[in-house]
Design a protein around this ligand. Structure first.
Ligand code: SF4
Ligand code: SF4
Length: 192
């Protein structure tokens, strides 16, 4: 009984942040059946919800599935019990960072997402070159493998020629302070 209270608190926090009730899930599997990423995932979206129901939060947060989810919301839309599966998975991403239990196969995905968010935080909008540079540096520092750091170098020129990589940064965002307040608000919410 001694560890049931913290488990309950963890479940309650996830439910609050995701605005949902995981106990409502009756494991019909409709969410997993409609997920476009399910074949890449190590566990099903419905299994993630089951793990959260059991309070096995760290196990859920350590899966590759939480970071392979692309937040398309198909699962949440299909759920006959209105469980916000996509919202729960979003919170599990945050938990995996807090508990430092990101699956080792996923560290480059995390490096990419951090680089993306950092460029928005700094500029108020994406700056593709800056983002790619930060991602490559993070990737290199993460695994100290120069070959991996150079892995996509041959894609740069073809992407640029096809207009998929923008060297010029668009007009600066006028109110960067507002963007930073949005970041601060999100951080404050997940800390609660
Ligand atoms: S669709 Fe809803 S009720 Fe069915 S398994 Fe998924 S979360 Fe549970
Ligand atoms: S939100 Fe994630 S888990 Fe849900 S259907 Fe889309 S990819 Fe799958």
């Amino acid at each position: 009984m001694s560890h049931s209270v913290p488990k309950n608190q963890e479940i309650a926090r996830i439910e609050t942040l995701a605005h949902t009730k995981v106990a409502d899930c009756y494991q019909c599997g409709k969410c997993s059946a409609g997920c476009p990423m399910v074949e890449k995932m190590d566990v099903l979206p419905s299994t993630l919800i089951r793990l959260v129901q059991y309070g096995d939060i760290e196990k859920a947060a350590s899966t590759t599935a939480v970071w392979q989810c692309v937040s398309c919301l198909t699962c949440s839309t299909r759920c006959p019990k209105s469980v916000n599966i996509a919202g729960v998975i979003d919170v599990l991403k945050q938990v995996s960072l807090e508990k430092k239990c990101v699956h080792p196969k996923i560290k480059r995905v995390v490096a990419f997402q951090k680089s993306f968010l950092n460029t928005i935080y700094r500029n108020g909008r994406t700056n593709e070159l800056e983002m790619v540079a930060e991602y490559k540096i993070r990737g290199f520092l993460g695994d100290l493998n120069p070959l991996l750091a150079l892995k996509d170098a041959d894609l740069g020129l073809p992407m640029f020629l096809r207009g998929k990589l923008h060297i010029k940064v668009g007009a600066p965002v006028k109110n960067k302070a507002l963007v930073r307040r949005i970041f601060a608000k999100c951080t404050e919410t997940v800390r609660k």
